[in-house]
Design a binder for this molecule. Structure first.
Ligand SMILES: *[C@@H]1O[C@H](CO)[C@@H](O)[C@H](O)[C@H]1NC(C)=O
Ligand SMILES: *[C@@H]1O[C@H](CO)[C@@H](O)[C@H](O)[C@H]1NC(C)=O
Length: 435
């Protein structure tokens, strides 16, 4: 306030001594007002910052402590992010024992350290955002199945939002239900089975070079390097074909852009989020915007093409996108606009299953192959079963045959069940195909 008063008195003095400074006299009150409002805005911002960065963390930590929940101490603004990054850097080069399934110590060392110090339920800080980690199986179940809307999904931040959109993963309540009604028909078992052939062809393209390698070697054994990367390519191929069918090439372009968005999202995961910072023209922000635009433009063109085809009574297509558009059309039929989803929402849904469809699956396959590599006896059993139920090379794969794979299925689903995966992280369960 001092400066404001000083300035106006100075200009008043000036106006007495110098008659040519009319403009300044007129400006002085205006400038005073601007400065005053700036001061008010600044004070409010500082107050809000103090509440968010100092008071709230303190109050939240205390409220949890009263319930017996502890955790690593909050540090101003950065929370525990620096500790996490240091712990990650320390374990980044660790090589796990071949028989070890303790990946948490390697990829999430902070989790292991904090569970050991504070128990299975603890409070940590991602920047100034509190994060309650629940490692209790029953409690996790209760939270995931609670439909009261109390457990809302966290704000993913601009980089994850660019990657996944506000699709099924990040939407809540009614929005989530509406999306689910549109997406669900595309993922029913009979629809997925229709895609078996496409998937088998993609897998065949990957395996044939392996078989050729094995055939050319002495003992009929081939060494395949970097299996993980091959599975990434395989799953990208599968999802591009099954999601976008005839528009497969454009689908692949979306995939490449999504991969880069994924890289951006994960490499900035431990940065403290400051609201508004995503609009600054930094290199990452510009690239993210460019990629988001590309993904959106390509998907929109594919969708427009389908809509045009449907108008000519050619149908939406038999791939995942076509099935979603069809479900949307029937949901919106009869003037029920509220049940339908918009262009942007369907784009977000495409992003979601593009990411979710390839990333998790390629990791699952890589891990499964690794385990089979270390457990040859199981390799033998599963191979026998597949050959018996599905037929050898050259026999077209039928979706129905998959139901008969009584050994293969549980081996895979054991690892793709998130609740199960969670319990493996907290207790010392070892991988067994116990059947
Ligand atoms: C949902 O969670 C809230 C808060 O923990 C709890 O009060 C409520 O009973 C839960 N509802 C169900 C159906 O579990
Ligand atoms: C979904 O259906 C509604 C109503 O039929 C329609 O207005 C909307 O354009 C459709 N969305 C897409 C992406 O086709």
């Amino acid at each position: 306030m001092d400066t404001i008063i000083n300035k106006s008195t100075i200009s008043q003095e000036l106006s007495c001594t110098d008659r040519s400074s009319h403009a300044m006299v007129a400006m002085a009150p205006a400038a005073g007002l601007v400065l005053a409002s700036l001061a008010v805005v600044l004070a409010t911002t500082l107050w809000k910052a103090a509440v968010h960065l100092v008071w709230r963390p303190y109050a939240v930590a205390r409220a949890f402590q009263r319930q017996g929940i502890r955790g690593p101490a909050y540090r101003f603004f950065v929370g525990n992010n620096e500790e996490v990054m240091a712990m990650r850097a320390a374990t980044a080069d660790d090589v796990l024992d071949l028989g070890s399934h303790d990946i948490i110590a390697r990829v999430m060392p902070q989790y292991k350290a904090w569970v050991a110090s504070y128990g299975k339920i603890f409070l940590s800080w991602s920047g100034y955002t509190p994060s309650l980690c629940v490692g209790d199986h029953d409690m996790v179940k209760q939270i995931l199945s609670n439909k009261t809307g109390l457990y809302a999904k966290p704000n993913p931040g601009p980089n994850f939002l660019a990657l996944l959109g506000k699709g099924l993963v990040f939407s809540d309540g009614d929005d989530w239900a509406r999306h689910r009604r549109i997406v669900h028909p595309a993922f029913t078992m009979d629809k997925l089975k229709m895609m078996t052939r496409t998937m088998a062809e993609c897998a065949g393209d990957m395996v044939r070079p392996w078989e050729a390698l094995a055939a050319a070697s002495d003992g009929g054994v081939a060494r395949v390097d970097d299996v993980g990367q091959q599975f990434v390519e395989l799953t990208a191929d599968v999802i591009s074909h099954t999601a976008f069918g005839s528009s497969y090439r454009e689908g692949k372009e979306v995939f490449m852009a999504q991969r880069e968005l994924q890289y951006i999202a994960f490499s900035t995961m431990n940065n403290v989020r400051v609201p508004g910072l995503e609009y600054l023209p930094t290199k990452t922000n510009l690239r993210r915007r460019q990629l988001t635009g590309k993904v959106r433009g390509t998907l929109m063109a594919i969708i427009r093409e389908r809509q045009a085809a449907a108008k000519e009574a050619k149908g939406y297509g038999n791939d995942l996108l076509g099935l979603m558009l069809e479900a949307n059309a029937s949901a919106g039929a009869g003037g029920q606009k509220a049940a339908a989803i918009s262009m942007d929402e369907i784009i977000d849904e495409c992003k979601t299953f593009f990411f979710a469809g390839h990333d998790t699956t390629s990791h699952l396959l890589t891990w499964a192959i690794f385990l089979l590599g270390t457990h040859p006896e199981w390799q033998q059993k599963l191979r026998e079963e597949v050959l018996r139920e599905c037929g050898g090379t050259g026999t077209p794969l039928h979706g129905d045959a998959l139901n008969k794979l009584k050994l293969v299925s549980p081996c895979l689903s054991h690892h793709s069940d998130p609740l199960n995966a969670h319990s493996t992280t907290t207790s010392d369960t070892h991988f067994t195909c116990d059947r």
